[in-house]
Design a protein around this ligand. Sequence first.
Ligand code: UGA
Length: 438
Amino acid sequence: MKKITIVGTGYVGLVTGAGLSDFGNEVTCVDISKTKINDLKNGIIPIYEPGLDELILKNTNSGRLKFSTNIEHSIQNCEVVFIAVGTPEKENGEADLSSVRSVAKTIAKNITNYVVVCTKSTVPVGTGAMIVNYINQNKKNDIQFDYVSNPEFLREGSAVRDFLWPDRIVIGARTTDAYSVMEDIYKPLYRNKKPIILTNIETAEMIKYSANAFLALKISYINEVANLCEKVGADVHQVAIGMGQDGRISSKFLHPGPGFGGSCFPKDTKAFSILSEKHGISMKTIDAAIDINEVQKVRMFDKLNKLLKFNLNNKTISILGLSFKPNTDDVRESPAIYMIKMIIENNGFVNAFDPVANDAMKVQFPKINYFDSWKDCCKNADVVVIMTEWNEFRGIDLKVLKKVLKNPCILDTRNIFSINKLNEYGFIFDNVGRNNIK
Ligand code: UGA
């Protein structure tokens, strides 16, 4: 078991820190934000992630997980340092590596023993080589280090589960020492015979982007199929089931909707495309997936417009679901953002409710009306739009919903309601790839 420092206490850093301490390692999560670290020391978790509070509490109580702002000290006293800082999108679509570079500099200045420097953040292919050069140029003494690329495949909302029971672990390195340090860290998973891919740094970096871009492509594909289903009278869910039975395709990530959002797919697809351009390769499939995703958001607004007979003026539109997917309060690149923006531009009124993401959306849209329950949010509204498939919304009693609305009108961008039930209760509705407006 190893002494580990994790730099960055965002969702990747925290889940990794909690998970690795749960495997028996001695972990210190460090961050430059004093408030964040103080909160964490007091048991306040900055993100909503099911199961994370319990995992952090369990491991802080056992003394295996600690939090600190003293980055230098933590680096000087560990065997492995993980870089888990943000790589946000720059204006030109590239990944912004300034935080990664700054951590690399701190590492270079503070290496006192042989250490393995491992990147968890999603970084463009070639970043590992850049970090190695950077540390070599800036380090103050002759102490050796190894570099590892160990990308994460965590989904927000089920990140703890994904960490503890992963499909695979990818370790990109150049030396057997580095492989064996990483094998030691992930020992419980090795014992469980989880597939471990030992490869070089560039391949590991490439696996991360190729996987995310492929999943995004799958979603854009099914969204296009859904659009055609609407025209030809087919049901996209049955199409997806029929396709998914083929093991080569699999039914996962074939749910149509308002387009993918979040902090990963939109950013990673763009960064992947830019990377390929830089190398003189065009990734037409990925560029298409990005374009289709933008068009899908517009299509959803067009559907709303049609339901309201192209007049949103003074209409009240209830938006149920603000996060980019259920079980998270993350609203980054959420398709709800475009929808709200367009409603406001067209002089409609927005009522909004999300089980956990109201506060996060208030930062972007402070002036729309937020509610604490779906029922209050839908009172006297002209139409309700489902933007996120929270279980709470799946359980909505359509009879009750019809009573509270001014008009029985629904745009279900996540296809959570049964068409038969919607027809039975006399709703006017639209969805994605299942039926045209009745
Ligand atoms: C994604 C990947 O799934 C993770 O494996 C990866 O580690 C992570 O990015 C990352 O790079 O950090 P995440 O962004 O948390 O995870 O969320 P997903 O569950 O992948 O969903 C992304 C978006 O696609 C959501 O807006 C979701 O609603 C949408 N989606 C997903 C669909 O519209 N249809 C689907 O069938 C699946």
